[in-house]
Design a protein around this ligand. Structure first.
Ligand code: ADP
Ligand code: MG
Length: 658
C-alpha cells in the first residue's frame, strides 16, 4: 500500500487557511482588500476582543449576486483573474480566490450582500466552511462580512492567539496601513464598541494621516512627489523633528498595495541618514507607482512581500524622492510648536517646554480641522484599474528635480521666518566667498548631484547676511544670537560640522577646488583596508582638497582642504579613509552616497569642539554661514544645529503680553 494520500478538500482548505489566516488581523486585511476591490467608497471595520470573537467589515461596494455567495467561499473562486496571463498584470488586491474559503473554514461566517441596483440582497451563513443557510433577505447595497469565533474548530491555532490587547493592536496596524493607502475611501474603525477614527475619504492623504495618526504626526510631515526612471514615488514623510525608536511607522505601498520592502526601507533610512540620528526611524507613507509587470506580488502568502525586476531602480527612486523632499522642504526647528491657523509669532504651544509654562488651555487651537492641500492625492489606483503611465516618463536618474512643494511650509504658521524673508530692515552686509571657486561647474560625472541650488536661485555664498548681534555663548557650546524679533541658539560644533560637510561636498563638482599647502606635511598611518580605500576613492579625496604621497602605510599630506584647520587635518583625513574602508551595512549605497557618509565623519573631526573657546571671528563666521545657508538645519548626523525663539514667545513667558 502506498503511503501518499491525496488530502480531502476540507483538510486542504485548513492547510491553506494556515497560510492566509493566522490571526484576526490577517482576516481583517483580506476582508478589507475585498471591500476595496469591490469599489467601496465607505468601509467600516469593527472588532471585538481583538477580533477573536467578532470581526465585521461592511462596504458599499459592488456587492454579490445571490448565486455567487456559495461560490465565493470556495477555494480558488475569484472573479478577479481568469487565466495565468492575468497574473502578470494584477491591479486588484486579491486574486487567488483563497481568502473567503480560508476564513470560512476556520470560523463562523455570515455574508450579507446586495448588488448595486438590485432589489433584494442575500445572506449566507457557514460554519467551518459548511453552509448552514443561504437565503434572500433585505439588506443595504454592498457587502457585510461577519466573522465570529475564529479558530473555534482548530484549537491548536486558537492557542496561539495573543491577548485581546495584542490582537487589537495587530488589527489596528492593518487598518491603519490600509486607511493610509486609500485616502479616497472613508474608513470607520471601531474596537469594542468605541469609534477609534473616521477618515474623510476626500482623497487627501494628509487628512487621512491626521485622522489616523493624529495632529502631532500630521503636522510634522513633508510632501514627497517625484518620478525617476519610470517610477513615481509620492506621499508624506516626517520632518527630522519626528524620529521614532521603531520602524513600525514606515509604510510603503506598491501601486497602493501595502508591502514590506527591504529595498524601500533601506532607501529611506539612507536618505534620512544625515537628518536623524542613527537608531531612529522616520514616519512615512510612500506609494511607489510602478508598471505592474515589473513587480511580482505573488511571492508571499499574504502578498506582503514583493519582488521587483530591478531593485536598484526602486532604491534610487525612493532614495532621491525622499532626499529631494528633505533637502528642500524642512524648516529650522523651534523650541516650541506653532499652532495652526495663526499668524507666525502669535500664541505658541510648547512642544518640549524649555521654560515654565502657564496654563495654555485657552490657547489650544479651536480649529479641529487642519486645512491641507486638497490636491495631495496619493496616486491612487482607481477601481477601474486605470493608472496613467503616460505621465511616467523615465527621466535621467539621480538628477535633482525641482524643489518639491511642501504644503505646510507654504502656510504662514509654518514659514518660521528665516533668512528667506526679504523684509529685513537692517543694513545688509555682503558675505565674502569662503570658497575660492564659488561657481558651480556643472560637468563632473555623477558628482554634480544636488550641489546646485535646487530651484536655480543664487548660490548660498552670494546671499546677504542679515543684520544680527552675537549676544554670547552658553557653556562654550551654544551661541546666542539676536536677529530682528528672533533669537537663535546655535550649536557651534554641529553648525560647523554641517558647513564643512556642505563645502566639501560642493567641491566634488568643482574643477579646481581650493586647498591650503602645508609647510610641513601631516602624517597619517593607515591600515591595509584604509590604503585600499584611499586608492579606490583617490579621485574624490583629492577633489576635496587633499594631496598626498604614500610611503608604505604612511600617508604624507601636503595639501589639505581650505575648510580644515591644520591641527584637525590628520584626524579628519583618518576619519574619512577609515569610514570609506568600512563597507558594512551599505550594500545598497552608490559610490557617491558612500563617500558622502565618509565626509560626515571627516567633517565632524574637523569641526570646532563644543566646550572649547574659539575666537570671535571664527564664531561670527559660523553664524554668518548658518544665517545664509538655508539648507543647513541639521548636522550631518541628524541633530539640529539651531533653534529659534521669538521675542513674542519670550514676552509671553514673562507675561508681558497676553
Ligand atoms: P479574491 O479576493 O482573491 O478574488 P476572495 O476569496 O477574497 O478571493 O473572494 C472571492 C470572490 O468573492 C472575489 O473574487 C469577489 O468576486 C467576491 N467578493 C469577496 N468579497 C467581496 C466584497 N466585499 N464585495 C464584492 N465581492 C466580494
Ligand atoms: Mg480577496
Amino acid at each position: 500500500m502506498g503511503k501518499i494520500n491525496v488530502l480531502g478538500f476540507d483538510v486542504a482548505n485548513l492547510i491553506a487557511a494556515g497560510e492566509v489566516v493566522d490571526r484576526p488581523s490577517s482576516v481583517v486585511k483580506e476582508l478589507l482588500e475585498n471591500a476595496i476591490d469591490a469599489g467601496a467608497t465607505k468601509i467600516t471595520v469593527e472588532i471585538k476582543n481583538g477580533g477573536s470573537s467578532f470581526i465585521r467589515i461592511s462596504d458599499d461596494g459592488c456587492g454579490m449576486e445571490h448565486e455567487d455567495l456559495p461560490t465565493a467561499i470556495l477555494r480558488h473562486a475569484t472573479s478577479k483573474i481568469k487565466n495565468a496571463d492575468d497574473l502578470n498584470e494584477i491591479m486588484t488586491l486579491g486574486f487567488r480566490g483563497e481568502a473567503l474559503a480560508a476564513i470560512s473554514s476556520v470560523s463562523k461566517v455570515r455574508i450579507m450582500s446586495r448588488q448595486r441596483g438590485s432589489e433584494m440582497g442575500s445572506l449566507l451563513e457557514a460554519h467551518g466552511g459548511e453552509i448552514q443557510s443561504h437565503i434572500k433577505s433585505g439588506c443595504t447595497e454592498g457587502t457585510t462580512v461577519i466573522v465570529e469565533d475564529i479558530f473555534y474548530n482548530v484549537p491548536a491555532r486558537k492557542k496561539f492567539l495573543k491577548s485581546d490587547r495584542a490582537e487589537t493592536s495587530a488589527v489596528s496596524a492593518v487598518v491603519e496601513k490600509v486607511a493610509l493607502s486609500r485616502p479616497d475611501i472613508s474608513f470607520r474603525y471601531i474596537t469594542d464598541g468605541g469609534l477609534k477614527y473616521l477618515t474623510q475619504g476626500d482623497g487627501n492623504l494628509q487628512n487621512a494621516v491626521y485622522a489616523v495618526l493624529g495632529r502631532d504626526v500630521a503636522k510634522k510631515t513633508v510632501k514627497v512627489m517625484r518620478q525617476d526612471g519610470g517610477i513615481k514615488v509620492q506621499g508624506y514623510i516626517s520632518t527630522p523633528e519626528y524620529a521614532s525608536a521603531y520602524r513600525t511607522q514606515e509604510n510603503f505601498y506598491i501601486n497602493s498595495r501595502f508591502v514590506k520592502s527591504k529595498t524601500a526601507q533601506a532607501a529611506i533610512e539612507q536618505a534620512y541618514a544625515s537628518y536623524i540620528p542613527s537608531g531612529k526611524f522616520p514616519f512615512c507613507v510612500l506609494n511607489i507607482i510602478i508598471d505592474p509587470s515589473s513587480v511580482d506580488v505573488n511571492v508571499h502568502p499574504a502578498k506582503l512581500e514583493v519582488k521587483f525586476s530591478n531593485e536598484k531602480l526602486v532604491f534610487d527612486a525612493v532614495y532621491y524622492a525622499v532626499r529631494t523632499a528633505l533637502d528642500g522642504g524642512i524648516q529650522r526647528p523651534t523650541l516650541y510648536d506653532e499652532p495652526d491657523n495663526i499668524v507666525s509669532g502669535k500664541g505658541k504651544e510648547l512642544l518640549q517646554a524649555p521654560f515654565p509654562v502657564t496654563d495654555r488651555s485657552e490657547k489650544t487651537p479651536k480649529a479641529e480641522k487642519i486645512v491641507f492641500d486638497t490636491n495631495s492625492n496619493f496616486g491612487i489606483l482607481r477601481q477601474d484599474n486605470t493608472i496613467n503611465y503616460s505621465d511616467l516618463q523615465p527621466q535621467k536618474s539621480n538628477a535633482p528635480v525641482s524643489r518639491p512643494s511642501n504644503d505646510y511650509a507654504d502656510e504662514e504658521a509654518f514659514s518660521l521666518s528665516f533668512p528667506k524673508k526679504q523684509e529685513q530692515k537692517a543694513e545688509p552686509i555682503r558675505v565674502e566667498n569662503h570658497n575660492e571657486n564659488p561657481k558651480i561647474l556643472g560637468d563632473v560625472s555623477d558628482f554634480d548631484e544636488k550641489t546646485d541650488e535646487k530651484d536655480g536661485t543664487t548660490s548660498p555664498n552670494d546671499k546677504i547676511v542679515p543684520d544680527y548681534k552675537i549676544i554670547g555663548e552658553a557653556f562654550n557650546s551654544y551661541v546666542i544670537l539676536e536677529m530682528g524679533d528672533l533669537m537663535y541658539l546655535i550649536d557651534k560644533h554641529a553648525a560647523h560640522e554641517r558647513i564643512i560637510f556642505e563645502d566639501l561636498k560642493k567641491k566634488l563638482s568643482l574643477k579646481a577646488p581650493s586647498s591650503q599647502v602645508l609647510m610641513l606635511p601631516v602624517v597619517a598611518h593607515l591600515n591595509n583596508e584604509e590604503l585600499i580605500a584611499l586608492h579606490q576613492y583617490g579621485d574624490e579625496i583629492k577633489k576635496t582638497g587633499f594631496s598626498y604621497d604614500i610611503d608604505e602605510k604612511a600617508v604624507y599630506l601636503h595639501e589639505i582642504p581650505s575648510e580644515i584647520e591644520v591641527s584637525g587635518a590628520q584626524d579628519a583625513f583618518s576619519a574619512l579613509v577609515s569610514r570609506l574602508a568600512a563597507k558594512e551595512g551599505y550594500g545598497e549605497l552608490t559610490r557617491y552616497e558612500h563617500f558622502e557618509k565618509a565626509l560626515y565623519q571627516a567633517s565632524c573631526k574637523a569641526a570646532i569642539k563644543a566646550g572649547r573657546v574659539y575666537d570671535h571671528a571664527h564664531i561670527k563666521w559660523i553664524c554668518d554661514r548658518v544665517l545664509t545657508l538655508d539648507n543647513i538645519k541639521y548636522c550631518p548626523h541628524g541633530r539640529p544645529i539651531a533653534f529659534e525663539i521669538t521675542k513674542h514667545f519670550l514676552e509671553k513667558q514673562f507675561e508681558r503680553i497676553k
